[in-house]
Design a binder for this molecule. Structure first.
Ligand code: ADP
Length: 444
C-alpha cells in the first residue's frame, strides 16, 4: 500500500474513531440527564401521592386518590409487603399487562413500543398499619423522542464530518508524501545520470525541509568524496608512473650500452633501485593512509607523552646524526593510542629533518585541558599561500625539492588522519626563511 493511502486511511479512521467516541459520550450524558430529570419528577409525584393516601380511611377512597394523582401514560399499582397486588390503575392501554421489574437502583428502564418506560417503587403505611408499596411506571415519551432525534443528529453530523475529514486526510497524505516523491525522483535521476543531483530547496524549517537539506548535504559530500577519490587515483597513478618511466628509461639505457660500460650500468642500477625504494615507500604510505582512516584501528590507553617523544626522537637522532633537542618536562599522562601518536610524531620529525639542516627542537608541556607537543626546525619554511593545502594528499610545496628529498606528499595527509583518529589538533606555523613549527594538541 502506498504511503499516501496509508496516511489517508490512518487519519480518516482515527478522526472517525474520535468523532464516534465523542458523539457516543454526548449521547450517554444527555440520556443520563434526561432520565435523572424524569426520575426526580416521578419521586416528587410519588410523595404527593403518599401524602394523599395518608389522609384516606377506607379502600373506596384509595381508587379516587390514585385516579387524582395518576399521570397520562403511566401505571400506579399498590402491593402488600409480599408483592401481592392490592390495586392497579392504568392511564394507557400500552401499559396494561405490562410486566414491571425493579432492581437495586433508584429506577429501572424498560421498553414499550419503542419508547422508554421508567419504573420505581416507594413504600407507604397502608390503612391497616402494614407496609405497602406503590409501584409507578411512566412512559418517557418526550425524552425517548428527544433521544431518538439526538441519535439521528449525531449520526448526521458524523456523516457530514466525513467529507472534510476525507479531504483533509487526503491533503495531509499529499503534503507529507510530495517531498518524498521528489526525493525518490531526484535519486532516480541521480542513478540514471550518474551525477549528484540535488533537490530544490524547500521553504520553512520543518522536518521535510530538513530532510531535503540533509539529502542535499549528503549529495554534496558524496560528490566531494567522489572527486577526492578521483583526484587521489589520478595523483597516485601519476606518482607511480614517474618512477616507472625513470626505471624504464634506465632499463633501456642498460640494455643499449650497460653491458659495455660499467659506469652507465652502475648509474642505471642505482637509479632503478632508488625508484623501486620510492615506489615501495609510496605504496606503504597509501596502505598506511587506508589504515589511519579506520576509526577501529585506534585503541586508547593511558600513556606518558614524554616517554613517547623520547622513544620517537632517539632512533631518528641516531639514524640521521642530527641534533634534536628535547627538554624533559616530567610525566605527561594522557589517554591515547601510543603507536599512532608515535607515527604522527615521526612524520613531523622526519619532515623537519628533510626540510632543514640545523638543529631541531622538540617541546612538550601540559595545559589545563591538553598536552601540547611541538616540533620546530629552522629550515626554509613554507610560504603562507601553501599552508592551507599542506595536509592535502600528494601536495608538495616544490616538486623538485620534494623529489630530491624523496617525499611523496602523503606524509602530512597521513599525519592529519592520525591526528583525527587520536582526536588531536594538528597546526602548522611557518615563516619563509625562518623555519616551521608543527603543533599537536592532545586533549586530556
Ligand atoms: P613529503 O612526503 O613531500 O614530505 P608531506 O605531506 O610530509 O610530504 O609534506 C608536504 C609538503 O609540505 C612537503 O613536500 C614540503 O614541501 C612541505 N613541508 C612539510 N614539512 C615541512 C617543513 N618542516 N619545512 C618545510 N616544508 C615542509
Amino acid at each position: 500500500m502506498k504511503l499516501k493511502t496509508k496516511i489517508h486511511l490512518f487519519s480518516t479512521v482515527l478522526m472517525l474513531f474520535i468523532l464516534a467516541l465523542s458523539n457516543s459520550g454526548i449521547y450517554v450524558i444527555f440520556k443520563q440527564l434526561a432520565y435523572t430529570t424524569e426520575y426526580q419528577q416521578l419521586i416528587h409525584r410519588s410523595k404527593e401521592l403518599t401524602e394523599g393516601l395518608s389522609r384516606v380511611h377506607d379502600e373506596e377512597e384509595v381508587s379516587d386518590v390514585l385516579r387524582t394523582y395518576i399521570n397520562p401514560e403511566s401505571m400506579l399499582r399498590v402491593t402488600d409487603e409480599e408483592g401481592k397486588e392490592i390495586k392497579t390503575l392504568v392511564s394507557t392501554k400500552e401499559l396494561e399487562n405490562y410486566e414491571l421489574s425493579f432492581d437495586e437502583d433508584d429506577y429501572s428502564i424498560g421498553q414499550v413500543n419503542g419508547a422508554a418506560v421508567m419504573m420505581t417503587k416507594v413504600p407507604v403505611i397502608w390503612l391497616d398499619g402494614d407496609v405497602a408499596y406503590i409501584e409507578i411506571a411512566q412512559i418517557l415519551r418526550d425524552s425517548s423522542r428527544s433521544l431518538h432525534l439526538l441519535k439521528f443528529i449525531l449520526l448526521g453530523v458524523t456523516l457530514l464530518a466525513m467529507i472534510p475529514i476525507t479531504l483533509s486526510s487526503m491533503t495531509l497524505g499529499k503534503v507529507v508524501t510530495q517531498p518524498i516523491f521528489k526525493l525518490i525522483a531526484t535519486m532516480r535521476a541521480s542513478r540514471k545520470s550518474g551525477k549528484y543531483e540535488k533537490l530544490a530547496a524547500l521553504d520553512g524549517k520543518d522536518e521535510l525541509a530538513e530532510m531535503s537539506q540533509t539529502f542535499n548535504e549528503m549529495m554534496e559530500q558524496l560528490e566531494q568524496n567522489y572527486q577526492k577519490q578521483e583526484k587521489f587515483v589520478s595523483n597516485a597513478s601519476h606518482e607511480l608512473k614517474t618512477p616507472l618511466t625513470i626505471m624504464e628509461g634506465y632499463g633501456r639505457l642498460l640494455k643499449r650500452q650497460g653491458f659495455d660500460n660499467k659506469q652507465v650500468a652502475d648509474e642505471a642500477l642505482t637509479a632503478i633501485l632508488n625508484e623501486t625504494a620510492r615506489m615501495k615507500e609510496l605504496i606503504e604510505q597509501m596502505l598506511q593512509m587506508a589504515k589511519s582512516k579506520d576509526p577501529l584501528a585506534f585503541t586508547f590507553a593511558q600513556a606518558d607523552v614524554t616517554q613517547i617523544v623520547k622513544e620517537t626522537v632517539e632512533p631518528l637522532r641516531v639514524a640521521s646524526g642530527r641534533t634534536i633537542t628535547f627538554a624533559d618536562p616530567g610525566r605527561l599522562p594522557v589517554s591515547t593510542d601510543e603507536k599512532r601518536l608515535k607515527q604522527l610524531l615521526f612524520i613531523l620529525l622526519d619532515n623537519a629533518r628533510k626540510y632543514s639542516d640545523g638543529e631541531i627542537q622538540v617541546r612538550a608541556w601540559q595545559e589545563e585541558r591538553a598536552v601540547v607537543m611541538e616540533v620546530q626546525d629552522h629550515g626554509e619554511g613554507i610560504d603562507a599561500q601553501h599552508l592551507p593545502h599542506l595536509f592535502d594528499r600528494f601536495y608538495r610545496v616544490q616538486e623538485d625539492r620534494a623529489r630530491k628529498t624523496g617525499g611523496t606528499g602523503l606524509g602530512l595527509a597521513i599525519a592529519k588522519d592520525l591526528a583525527n583518529g587520536i582526536r588531536a589538533e594538528l597546526q602548522v606555523e611557518s615563516v619563509r626563511g625562518d623555519g616551521t613549527t608543527m603543533r599537536i594538541t592532545l586533549p586530556r
